[in-house]
Design a binder for this molecule. Structure first.
Ligand code: PMT
Length: 391
């Protein structure tokens, strides 16, 4: 793979030649790019010698648009160390040096960042907001780790070691492009079922699991139809088409329309089983001491409908969110809805399920095979699900 290593101005830049060496040893072609500040910590000569290629650092070299030719060349961009400064710039669309221009131009291809900074800077809400923005765009973060920092204190902010970054990159490159002739449907997020013009019945799904699945499938080369309920998340990926819906009925219509043209579907949305029988087009008034009664009618079961539509060769993967009798309930859903796999997550596992960045799942195959994950980031869980059910 052709990898660009982008270096920004943090003390951890001195470790980057080792990362370049490891990537070259693993058979990758490497070209380095660095900001002026990075070159205070690591020399041009070292980077050019170890990578075997000229370094790109001068944005204003006469008559050249090197960030464009370099981004065309690269199949992956790794920014290590990624300072609070570069993270802030890119999340706000600023492009004023060698690395920020590359990052803005590098669309549709994997980007990995290894953040490194003082622990208080890392904890600052602005940095955390910027990291969330970048993750929402599909940029992967390796680290930062907890440990001794350049300022002499210990905390979260240490750049992941070169070996750790190289191992992560190896896992990404084996994963890439195996589904490049395929199209997959993913459902994500909650559904909102309107009661009146200001209220709805909903649930706590954030969409994080479903968006991570869409990203993982796209990373594996698939075109993805992402049908999502209400969420603030966005995904910027040329192979992901996002359709935003509100209710279960809208999600049903969107999912059933695209499924016949798909090789498979992973349904992670938390769909409301019931909706109000009637939706008032004004704000309902208080009903007084007697309370208020809502008549609910059942929503269509999207997963079961796709199970009925499924043709030879199509794969169908459902989720089961359980609180008790987890495996038995999941197994029952797998059979009843005609699935190939079901991904069980239990609300009894701390750090799993709604809203959080992590999950812990058991993937149950139709033939009874089980695969359990530890508690991992939703991105890692999504990759495991895609590797197990789609590749
Ligand atoms: O979005 P996050 O905050 O990241 O949280 C992720 C998650 C907890 C929502 C996700 O991991 C998850 O468990 N999703 C499924 C939640 C759920 O509704 O489970 P269920 O057991 O009620 O439904 C079983 C399956 O049928 C699911 O695949 C669901 O998408 C599907 N279903 C359910 C009802 C319905 N009317 N139509 C459906 O397609």
């Amino acid at each position: 793979m052709r990898i660009i290593v982008g270096i920004t101005g943090g003390i951890a830049a001195y470790k980057v030649p080792e990362l370049v060496r490891l990537l070259k040893k693993a058979g990758h072609e490497v070209r380095c790019a660095a900001t002026e500040h990075a070159l205070e910590f690591v020399t041009r000569v070292t980077l050019e010698t170890i990578s075997g290629n000229a370094l790109y650092s001068d944005l204003f070299a006469s008559g050249r648009t090197e960030h464009i030719s370099l981004k065309d060349w690269g199949e992956m961009l790794v920014v290590a160390p990624a300072t609070a400064n570069i993270i802030g710039k890119v999340s706000n669309g600023i492009a004023d040096d060698a690395i920020s221009t590359l990052l803005l131009a590098f669309s549709g291809k994997p980007v990995v960042m290894a953040p490194a900074m003082n622990y208080e800077m890392w904890a600052h809400p602005a940095v955390q907001r910027n990291i969330a923005t970048l993750k929402g765009w599909g940029i992967r973060m390796v680290g930062p780790e907890v440990g001794e920092l350049a300022c002499g204190v210990s905390g979260t902010g240490r750049m992941a070691e070169p070996e750790q970054i190289a191992t992560y990159i190896a896992s990404l490159s084996t994963f890439n492009f195996q589904l490049s002739t395929q199209k997959w449907l993913v459902t994500a997020g909650p559904t909102y079922e309107r009661i009146d013009s200001v209220r709805f019945i909903g649930n706590y799904s954030s969409g994080k699991m479903g968006f991570a699945l869409a990203q993982a499938l796209a990373d594996a080369g698939a075109d993805v139809e992402l049908v999502t309920g209400p969420t603030a998340l966005t995904i910027e990926h040329p192979r992901v088409k996002t359709t935003r819906v509100e209710s279960a009925c809208e999600m049903f219509a969107a999912a059933t329309a695209v499924f016949p043209g798909c090789n498979g579907a992973i349904l992670s949305a938390a769909v409301a089983d019931y909706r109000p029988a009637e939706c008032a087009n004004h704000k309902l008034k208080k009903q007084g001491d007697e309370g208020m009664h809502l008549d609910l009618v059942q929503n269509p079961d999207i997963l079961a409908t796709l199970g009925g539509m499924k043709k030879e060769g199509q794969r169908l993967v459902g989720f089961a969110l359980e609180t008790d009798n987890e495996e038995a309930n999941a197994q029952r859903k797998l059979e009843k809805k005609n699935l190939d796999y079901i991904v069980l997550n239990s609300l009894r596992d701390a750090g799993a399920g709604f809203g959080v960045d992590t999950n812990k799942v058991t993937i149950i195959a139709r033939d009874g095979r089980h695969k359990e994950s530890p508690l991992m980031s939703k991105q890692e869980v999504a990759r495991m699900i895609v590797e197990t059910t789609a590749l």
